[in-house]
Design a protein around this ligand. Structure first.
Ligand code: SF4
Ligand code: F3S
Ligand code: FES
Length: 253
């Protein structure tokens, strides 16, 4: 069945702009990105939108639909109120470039601030052995498609731009957690305490476990329960538990 849906899209450049409304034909089973493509093809060829795979795997088409951070290619029209316009805005936490495109460079800067995996001394790749539960933990975190919806939704930066410099955000705190919980990571032997650096360098204290990041993650990664809370516990242990502190000093994890 073909119907007409109203798209209300924020259009502008560098943060200056206004909403524009369009009526666009929609077919059964379509997603929001289908309508955006039809709009580009028929009425607004200059509309800026970022996308790539149309399969929920590249993380490019992140925007806000009716005020909620979502992937445009994975948001079915049937899941939205049929009698109301579909309101599309760019990710709010990042600087606007044009229309639905934002500058997500902040995230790449934060990624570079997390020191890489330190290989265990004396073992070559291929000789590493890990318990299956440790493999499964890393695999869950590595499902991340870097859509940055979690970064966009976290109130620590969404409503507080001034925190951007000090807060790595859930995606990159999850990366710190992955490495801190990794049984083969030898960062401690280089003097790097990842859990403490999460607190002192990457702003873990800004997170008050509201779980909004987990709710919007299209890969259903349990960011808060499996990464942020364990990281907070480990950071507290390292700081306040004298036995854990001593163990870390002498190389016991
Ligand atoms: Fe996107 Fe989830 Fe990765 Fe965050 S953790 S960037 S929401 S896939
Ligand atoms: Fe933000 Fe997620 Fe923590 S939304 S407050 S990083 S639990
Ligand atoms: Fe790749 Fe939407 S276009 S995730």
């Amino acid at each position: 069945m073909t119907e007409r849906r109203e798209l209300r899209i924020w259009r502008g450049e560098g943060g200056e702009g206004a909403f524009a409304s369009y009526l666009v034909e929609a077919e059964d089973g379509e997603v929001v990105l289908d309508l955006v493509h039809r709009l580009q093809a028929t009425q607004a060829p200059d509309l800026a939108v970022r996308w790539n795979c149309k399969a929920g795997k590249c993380g490019s088409c992140s925007a806000e639909v009716n005020g909620r951070p979502r992937l445009l290619c994975m948001t079915r029209l049937s899941a939205l109120p049929p009698d109301q316009p579909v309101v599309l805005t760019p990710l709010r936490a990042f600087p606007s470039v044009r229309d639905l495109v934002t500058d997500v460079g902040f995230n790449y800067a934060k990624a570079r601030e997390v020191p890489a995996f330190v290989p265990p001394p004396g073992l070559a790749p291929g000789e590493y052995r890990m318990q299956q539960e440790d493999v499964a933990r890393s695999q869950e975190f590595r499902k991340c498609i870097e859509c940055f919806l979690c970064q966009d939704t976290c109130h620590a930066v969404r409503d507080h731009e001034e925190n951007l410099a000090a807060f790595a955000g859930p995606r990159f705190l999850m990366r710190v957690a992955e490495l801190d919980l990794h049984p083969l990571d030898a960062a401690a032997e280089t003097g790097l305490d990842r859990a403490r650096s999460a607190q002192e360098v990457h702003g873990l204290g800004y997170c008050n476990i509201t779980k909004c990041c987990t709710e919007v993650c299209p890969e259903h990664i349990r960011i808060t329960d499996n990464a942020l809370i364990p990281l907070k516990e480990r950071a507290a242990d390292r700081k306040y538990d004298p036995l854990v502190w001593l163990g870390a000093k002498i190389g016991l994890r």
